[in-house]
Design a protein around this ligand. Structure first.
Ligand code: KG4
Ligand code: ZN
Length: 382
């Protein structure tokens, strides 16, 4: 089979991204336009603003991805785009543009599930390193700002299929990082700064109770009913409330308001700026929060790995960039004799290379999308 160059397009949340990937294994170009600056004043992604920014960015981002790759619109073999899950208006921008391109150029159009993209980011990374051997059964933890899922991933010939064996019943793990950071006046997005500050605090200073799955599963979109093996669900709204209680009972509101004001006056605060405005109590709280998140994510994933006799773990999505999480999984996997793989940092947060990589098996199978397919905000991965 000759090489196939796939143009990937991703616009499910707050990154407008385009990339060219050769045969699911070489990132030829990877352009990501982040909207963080637009959403920062609001402490989270504002859907209407996200759609507007995607509209502005999509054409230059795709042009740059082609130019960086030394390709033209005509020279790519297929166009792949994220169908869902994500923000409906944001997804539609990428989908409409991809459809127009595929139609005008008479190229195959491939629709990709964003979560499958995150899983293929790991495969892309491993193929890039020349590792073509994978041991099965394989369990993937997809952990980001919008998702916390555990999937058993299967491969038959070149086709992949997935079974959900765990998901969050309320907040996603990245959402908890973002909400706690916002609560403590640390700005948005919270994950990267919590990651850095945690190394400066005592992770055992504050004990958070283990998460309990008491409430109804508000994120169940039919996954749980269709699969009756053991489940390993997550819940992160409780820890966010526990941090809020700590703030209230320790009267931290005043110092948080001062920190928020001081940091918002700095256009791009550096680690030293954050440290200057964080006392020991806050650093300990941040470190303890991260410790609790890492223990819960790793604990449940390892329990699922044991239950399903797993040989290989994939840890992927924005939160997979977390240093402590990385370390914890490396240690746990070594103890249990598991292989564990992560994407590189640029491939762990949202990007289009992972979409082009996930499209490659579909390209080989000629699994093309019809021109009338639409965005699926709550799309399930199967
Ligand atoms: O995969 P992603 O870019 O977008 C979604 O599909 O949601 O993930 C973004 C999320 C945000 O919640 C961000 O705070 C979190 O990933 N994140 C991190 C780190 N870097 C990004 N969380 C913890 N530690 C990090 N180093
Ligand atoms: Zn994502």
């Amino acid at each position: 089979m000759a090489d196939a160059y796939i143009l990937g397009i991703e616009s499910s949340c707050d990154e407008t991204a385009a990339a060219v990937v050769r045969s699911g294994e070489q990132v030829v170009s990877n352009v990501v336009f982040s909207q963080i600056a637009t959403h920062q004043p609001y402490g989270g992604v504002v859907p209407e603003l996200a759609s507007r920014e995607h509209l502005r960015a999509i054409v230059p981002v795709v042009r740059k991805a082609l130019a960086d790759a030394g390709h033209t619109y005509q020279s790519v073999d297929a166009v792949a785009v994220t169908q869902g899950p994500g923000l409906a208006g944001a997804l539609l921008v990428g989908i409409s543009y991809a459809k127009a391109l595929a139609f005008a150029l008479d190229k195959p159009l491939i629709a990709v599930n964003h979560l499958e993209g995150h899983i293929h980011a790991v495969l892309l990374e491993e193929r890039r390193k020349g590792n073509h051997e994978l041991r099965f059964p394989l369990l993937a933890l997809v952990v980001s700002g919008g998702h916390t899922h555990l999937y058993l991933a299967k491969r038959q010939d070149d086709c992949w299929s997935y079974q959900n064996v765990g998901h969050t019943r309320d907040d996603a793990a990245g959402e908890a990082f973002d909400k706690v950071a916002k609560l403590l006046g640390l700005g948005y997005p919270g994950g990267p700064i919590v990651d850095k500050l945690s190394t400066r605090g005592d992770p055992y200073a504050v004990r958070f109770p283990a998460s309990q799955l008491k409430h109804r599963d508000r994120n169940d979109r039919g996954n749980a009913q269709t699969y009756d093996g053991p489940r390993f669900d997550f819940s992160y709204s409780g820890i966010k409330t526990a941090v809020l209680r700590y703030v209230e009972t320790h009267n931290l509101q005043g110092s948080i308001a001062e920190r928020r004001k001081a940091l918002s006056a700095i256009s791009q605060p550096k680690l030293e700026d954050y440290l200057l405005h964080c006392d020991k109590q806050t650093l300990d709280l941040v470190a303890s929060f991260q410790r609790a998140m890492v223990e819960d994510l790793a604990g449940k994933t390892l329990a699922a790995a044991r239950a399903y006799d797993i040989e290989t773990l994939f840890i992927t999505g924005g939160v997979a960039a977390n240093q402590e999480l990385h370390q914890q999984f490396e240690n746990d996997a070594a103890k249990e004799g598991l292989s564990v793989y992560f994407p590189s940092r640029p491939l762990s947060t949202d990007n289009a290379a992972m979409i082009a990589a996930a499209a490659y098996p579909k390209f080989l199978a000629r699994d093309y999308a019809a021109m009338d397919f639409s965005a699926e905000a709550g799309m399930v991965l199967k």
